[in-house]
Design a protein around this ligand. Structure first.
Ligand code: PEP
Ligand code: MG
Length: 325
């Protein structure tokens, strides 16, 4: 199968009925970057910047960060890289920072909440990103956005830094895209302005699912208890697809589900057209997408939902098998 996946590397993830899906990869360290060419990913849909902070013994300063971001863009050789700003707290601990005791760290002082409360740290990262991307396009994505106002504050910080650097005559990124992760259920119901103001939106299915089902993603007792392909969750995700479409927002999905072929099929069937996943999953997912007729998968998902099935998984799995997946 490895040879099969390799043979698909330069082919599009196009379904039998002609729907093209964009497949990108997740990364978090410079050493992940060779996977871009090996996997045939279109770009890096989620670059988890906190990994660099987690593997070091001390906090990387602005210059060190800038050098890393520049290197990542060098290695991407013109392909898109979406840099997610620091998502620390919850399961992501920095060895050199004092831990705050929280009963529910996943729902606590983490990610953008932390960033907005520590604007110097956040600003330092934004400056490093702007400098590291001088002369090239820059995509910045904020994690764990929970209100429109949080997104606006984060965006304003980034634009302020961009303007400051321009005023000082520093070379600027050639283009700047500012996006948000949608990983709190509240944002599925955010005002239209959120979907219009974000240049792109990426569903963080790992967090979104844990909050949707109130099931801790790190707890083995409950983690697999609720199916991504159950009608309530699919209906919820479909609503997000609809809101993005109504408001002209570009949408992708970057949780672990995207890297599992049956789940990727279901997500494509409800309207997702871009995924970001671990690089080793790209061949598998591409093979599955190329084997199916998306309108048939869509009908199966709709029938399972209408029929009150607890999950669309068996029907889709059977269909994928019939298609030779
Ligand atoms: C997610 O929550 O789905 C996501 C992609 O982010 P992380 O797994 O880093 O929380
Ligand atoms: Mg997340």
């Amino acid at each position: 199968t490895q040879a099969l996946y390799r043979s698909l590397r330069d082919l599009p993830a196009q379904t039998r009925d002609g729907v093209c899906v964009s497949l990108m990869m997740n990364a978090g360290l410079a050493t992940d970057m060779p996977s871009l060419a090996e996997s045939g990913a279109e770009g890096v849909g989620l670059y988890r910047t906190e990994l660099m902070f987690m593997v070091r013994a001390t906090m990387p300063g602005r210059d060190a960060q800038e050098a890393v971001y520049r290197r990542i863009l060098d290695e991407a050789a013109g392909r898109r890289v979406v840099f997610r700003t620091l998502d620390i707290g919850s399961d992501k601990i920095l060895p050199y920072m004092r831990r705050t005791e929280e009963d529910n760290p996943a729902m606590g002082w983490r990610a953008l909440r932390f960033g907005l409360d520590r604007p110097r740290l956040m600003t330092m990262q934004l400056q490093a990103l702007l400098r590291g991307a001088a002369g090239r396009p820059l995509s910045v994505m904020f994690p764990f956005v929970t209100t429109l106002e949080e997104f606006r504050k984060a965006r304003a910080l980034l634009l302020r830094e961009r303007d400051r650097q321009a005023a000082r005559g520093r070379p600027a990124p050639e283009r700047l895209e500012i996006g948000a992760m949608l990983e709190t259920p509240a944002m599925a119901h955010a005002p239209d302005a959120f979907f219009r103001e974000a240049d792109f939106i990426s569903v963080g299915g790992n967090d979104l699912k844990q909050f949707f089902f109130a099931a801790d993603r790190g707890n083995e007792r409950v983690r697999r208890r609720y199916d991504t392909l159950s009608p309530p969750y699919l209906a919820f995700l479909k609503r997000i697809v609809g809101r993005c479409a109504e408001n002209g927002a570009s949408l992708s999905f970057c949780g672990e589900s995207a890297g599992r072929p049956i789940e990727a099929l279901a997500l494509a069937a409800i309207g997702f057209r871009a995924f970001s996943m671990r690089p080793s999953a790209i061949g598998m997912v591409k093979r599955a997408l190329r084997a199916v007729d998306l309108s048939e998968a869509e009908a199966l998902v709709a029938a399972a939902v209408a029929g009150g099935d607890p999950t669309a998984r068996p029907a889709l799995t059977r269909y994928a098998q019939d298609c030779g997946v």
